[in-house]
Design a protein around this ligand. Sequence first.
Ligand code: NAD
Ligand code: UGA
Length: 458
Amino acid sequence: MKFEKEILCIGAGYVGGPTMAMIAYKCPQYRVNVVDILPEKINQWNSDTLPIYEPGLDEIVQKARGRNLFFNTDIEAGIKTADIIFVSVNTPTKTYGVGAGMAADLQYWEKTARQILDCAESSKIIVEKSTLPVKTAQAMERILNSGKNGVQFEVLSNPEFLAEGTAIADLENPDRVLIGSQQSQSGLKARDDLVAIYANWVDADRIVTSNIWSSELSKLVANAFLAQRISSINAISSLCEKTEADVSEVARAVGMDSRIGPKFLNASVGFGGSCFKKDILNLVYLCRHYGLEQEADYWEGVVSINEHQKERFVLNMLTAMFNTLAGKKVCLFGFAFKANTGDTRETPALTIAGRLVAENAQVVISDPKALDNARQDTKELKGDIQFIEDPYLAAKGCHAIAIMTEWELYRTLDYKKIFDSMQQPAFIFDGRNIVDHEKLFEIGFNVFPIGKPKKVHF
Ligand code: NAD
Ligand code: UGA
């Protein structure tokens, strides 16, 4: 069968895999090829056990794979035949040199640009899917257009807004698809080609176009605003704990104002995930680069409050448990950075585990999907750490439970059975405010929610 378009995606990660699976699933007329430098990841994409857990992903991969969705490692061949190339490689925070700890590390992205330049034999549209600092498209165009005569590259910005755990729903029914382009004739033509792909399933009024710099910046700003809401409510959670106000009641009252809205106001142990911290730090770095010190400080505050919230959580545990955790067994319910994913990047649970081990506590980690990642992540922590998936076995003999992830499973456990199997007095620290605090107190637990009065028996 002859396909209408050859689409390539470089980078088969949390974004590349699901976004391309959705395009292939919705558009059988296009051939979608996803490539990566990691053969083992590609093997997993071609197997029954996909490299990431995402509700609904298996079904759409199964429908499209082998029909018009292909995963392989032949990047060069893929570049040659593609009409349009999505670049979805990782852009972590730089760990070396100028901007270390703040700026985005663009080495993977630049390597990809150079590989496209080396291998391309015909003109192509290049789509920035990765999250990048504003003005990156300019650098990309300079690299790409430094080469062969007659081969033209048009760079578009098309940032991804999916959230993990709901990626498939977000991709199928996005709030918006953002496409930034140069305002030149060829830029606008390339933009229209990309709009046409999304128009196969996304309503026209949800496909937003803009200039390319606005598009790049909007992605950083969207994540900064979302994270800012969490840090705002978390900053209020400490005040609630001092004043006997209840953060959930405050969030509900505030969120009912239609100008504010109810979403992203759940106080927690802190936000995690691969992007919020890195994207805000990138924004902070950009502000400082342009001499905007106060603006940089403002956004940096969102990250500092988040670090403070995690530290506060551990200090609350320490204080509540008679100022020593040494030799005590603490069970973490959840290790993923949020529910419905096995992803543990920047998970608050790792920070908490590290701090507990530093207090010489014994740590038992439980999670329905993230235990393999938890084992990897905690390798460097020197201490007594066990991994037990079954929450009842994990909590047995423990002095305390700390809820790290809002998995549905943890709402409905038989806490009486758990309480009876624990050391007494038994403590529960609810880092997600997901369990029935009154009921747990009645069972006998000493209960410490976030931003709500504690319930203790002494
Ligand atoms: P990831 O680490 O899961 O995937 C990136 C993939 O790119 C990896 O498999 C890596 O092996 C591959 N890669 C790196 N260099 C390569 C190269 N030269 N050639 C081929 N493959 C290469 O990362 P991710 O979570 O998918 O994030 C990718 C980008 O999307 C980041 O910029 C991130 O900020 C952004 N983003 C992520 C999310 C999310 O939920 N994870 C959401 C929106 C945007
Ligand atoms: C986030 C954004 O929501 C996506 O739009 C964006 O595309 C993505 O980052 C990205 O650029 O990578 P994600 O990190 O997958 O998505 O998950 P979120 O649902 O945003 O949650 C992030 C963290 O905030 C989690 O640790 C979550 O538990 C926490 N959170 C979220 C709270 O503590 N309180 C809330 O009210 C909401």
